[in-house]
Design a protein around this ligand. Structure first.
Ligand SMILES: Nc1ncnc2c1ncn2[C@@H]1O[C@H](COP(=O)(O)OP(=O)(O)OP(=O)(O)O)[C@@H](O)[C@H]1O
Ligand SMILES: [Mg+2]
Length: 383
């Protein structure tokens, strides 16, 4: 089937920044795109060929959308999977599949999946609510500190708490949740794997993520990661195995912990383009977005090697009160060589909202990191 400059329609559920960057590459191929989101102010709204207002968590909205496109992909996990299952049964092509998405949507199901498939992950225990956790706490024998997570709807570190003492569990939570042993992390790594319908797989080079201690948000992504070749190959092996076990088509971003004893375990995965792959636009032969499109259209995958090292700096809202966004001092960094600025187009900023990112490339990664950290201090995203 002729995919480009044709009537073929690529449907994307969710209209955020990941969708926006996916649209850049879709446009490069002159693919016709249709996006659905419940908010007309999202980054994709003015870029997609067609934009539909609709709720991606609503059964009927997803069905109606699905009926109007040839293939469906997602840029966020929180989709109504019952609707996707129904569409799949009718023969609609959906990547990631409804079953894969349903497992990944729920952190407890993810953990059980790793256990079942012999993929390394931290010890955990799941509960149907916080009261069940508290009444089983003694018996389940977790040492302080440990990590509490909501099973569903967590993102950007929201829904993750470090529990240092029993009293820290004094909050109400009436939905599925889990606790995990707290890993002594040496580095947080990420590997993005692409797999097309024929099963061809390619991995992007392993990156290192640095988090903000307060917000739990990724602050920096460094490519390539400063790790030994042994650690790199073990990380890639785990990520590829996870991709195969999930029967993934599209991208699977695998977030890994390297612990103080150099053991590698899976933290969680995302079946879509990921914040830890934004640098691929400037640093790698093929971007993660291009690769996602190739995978779901069953085209040969692109080369993933690093053309130039780099660091990605997230721009996040700094003020609690929501208001019109101002990117303070942004004009001053245009003169720095190797700086690429991405503004997502969200009009309102608020605390910890991802508003944009900056990639700094340099033949010398330590120079890129130095510039990146200076830029992070200089730019203020205020409202
Ligand atoms: N078991 C653990 N041990 C130590 N630290 C952890 C553990 N689980 C999570 N963390 C820390 O909390 C961060 C966020 O956890 P997680 O990735 O599960 O949440 P999230 O809300 O889905 O995050 P995001 O959307 O940013 O990927 C991790 O990147 C890590 O820094
Ligand atoms: Mg995470």
């Amino acid at each position: 089937m002729q995919l480009f400059s044709s009537k073929f329609k690529l449907g994307i559920l969710g209209g955020g920044q990941l969708g926006k960057m996916l649209l850049y590459d879709a446009k490069r191929y002159d693919l016709h795109t249709k996006v659905m989101d419940s908010n007309f102010e999202v980054p994709c709204a003015r870029l997609a060929d067609e934009f539909i207002l609709g709720d991606i968590t609503n059964y009927d909205d997803v069905i109606n959308f699905g009926n109007k496109v040839d293939i469906i992909t997602v840029e966020i996990e929180k989709i109504n999977t019952d609707a996707l299952l129904f569409l799949e049964k009718k023969g609609k092509k959906i990547f990631p599949s409804a079953v894969t998405l349903k497992i990944i949507q729920n952190k407890t199901q993810q953990k059980e999946f790793y256990q079942k498939n012999n993929l390394p992950t931290s010890r955990f225990k799941n509960y149907s609510n916080i009261d069940e956790l508290k009444s089983n706490f003694e018996k389940d024998n977790f040492k302080f500190p440990f990590v509490w997570k909501s099973s569903r709807f967590g993102y950007d570190g929201k829904g993750v708490k470090i529990i240092k003492k029993f009293d820290d569990l004094n909050f109400s939570y009436d939905d599925e949740c889990l606790i995990e042993e707290k890993i002594s992390i040496k580095k947080e790594l990420s590997v993005i794997v692409a797999r097309n319908i024929d099963g061809e797989m390619k991995c992007f080079p392993v990156v290192e993520m640095e988090f903000n201690d307060k917000s739990n948000l990724v602050e920096y992504v460094m490519c390539p990661a400063n790790i030994s070749s042994d650690i790199e190959s073990r990380a890639i092996e785990i990520a590829m195995k996870a991709t195969e076990k999930f029967n993934m088509v599209g991208l699977l971003a695998v977030e890994l912990f390297l612990d103080v004893n150099d053991k590698i375990i899976i933290n969680e995965v995302a079946p879509r383009p990921h914040n830890s792959g934004h640098h691929t636009i400037e640093c790698c032969m093929t971007s993660q977005f291009d690769q996602h499109i190739r995978s779901i259209l069953n085209l040969p995958l692109g080369e993933t090697q690093v053309l130039i090292p780099g660091i990605m700096v997230n721009l996040v809202g700094e003020n609690k009160v929501e208001g019109n966004v101002v990117y303070q001092n942004i004009n001053d960094i245009f003169e720095i060589p190797g700086v690429f600025i991405h503004i997502y187009g969200k009009k309102k900023s608020r605390l910890d909202r991802k508003m944009g990112h900056i990639t700094i490339v340099n033949k010398d990664i330590s120079k890129a990191i130095e510039i990146g950290k200076k830029i992070k201090k200089k730019i203020k995203v205020i409202s």
